[in-house]
Design a protein around this ligand. Structure first.
Ligand code: CA
Length: 229
């Protein structure tokens, strides 16, 4: 889960950043509308939190630019005051939700979870596949009721594989989803993490198959107990 956070109030931006990171999300922060307009069109993010009052380009202009470029990621707007015109304009411009400052961080997090569910076509924060149950709100993977201990990145990779279970997930899209600009997450790192997950999944009844030249696919293991390659 990679979020683009565009907010020029440094203290607020840091507060949101830390809250999102505690939830296990990868976050990229920007404080400038012009940059945000460009970065959003790279389609590397699952969600965006976008302030309206930004230097160089307003959040509203950024949002219009994204939508004109066909960028469909859910966008939550942050508005400085309870201004009806702003909210109406924002929703008309393609925002999926908005919050009026000041707001409580738990509310922001709950709304982002709801946006993620909607965009993934889910009604609750749980992904299920072949005996695995991923609780995205509680950051926990369970297999037949038992907790499987995973690091935040392993969990993020598992989420990506489970969302597309049975279909190929490209190596490049794993890199895009799991890296932040400051972290050096390469295709080699993907291999390292896939290797670790394979070990963790060895007895859980699922396997991660390699599709050479493309990426990976999560499948139910054939036969009982699964197989470690
Ligand atoms: Ca601002």
């Amino acid at each position: 889960m990679r979020v683009l956070l565009v907010e020029d109030d440094r203290a607020l931006s840091l507060g949101i950043l830390h809250a999102l990171q505690r939830e296990g999300w990868q976050v990229d922060t920007l404080a400038d509308g012009e940059q945000a307009a460009q970065v959003g069109t790279l389609r590397e993010h699952t969600l965006a939190v976008l302030d309206i009052g930004l230097p160089r380009k307003s959040g509203m202009e950024v949002l219009r630019h994204w939508r004109a470029q066909g960028v469909t990621m859910p966008v939550l707007l942050l508005t400085a005051r309870d201004d009806l015109a702003d909210r109406v304009q924002g929703l008309d411009a393609g925002a999926d939700d908005y919050l009026v400052k000041p707001f409580d961080l738990p509310e922001l997090l709950a709304r982002l979870r709801a946006l993620r569910r909607r965009s993934a076509g889910l009604t609750e924060d749980v992904l299920c596949f072949a005996g695995l149950e991923l609780d995205m709100a509680g950051h926990e993977l369970r297999c037949r009721g038992e907790r499987v201990s995973l690091s935040p990145r392993e969990l993020a990779l598992t989420e990506l594989l489970m969302q597309k279970a049975g279909r190929v997930v490209g190596k490049d899209s794993i890199v895009a989803r799991l890296s932040s600009w400051e972290a050096d997450f390469s295709e080699n790192s993907v291999e390292v993490y896939i290797h670790r997950l394979r070990k963790r999944f060895a007895d859980l009844g699922v396997v991660i198959k390699t599709v050479r030249g493309f990426g990976y696919v999560l499948e139910a293991a054939e036969g009982a107990g699964g197989s470690a390659e």
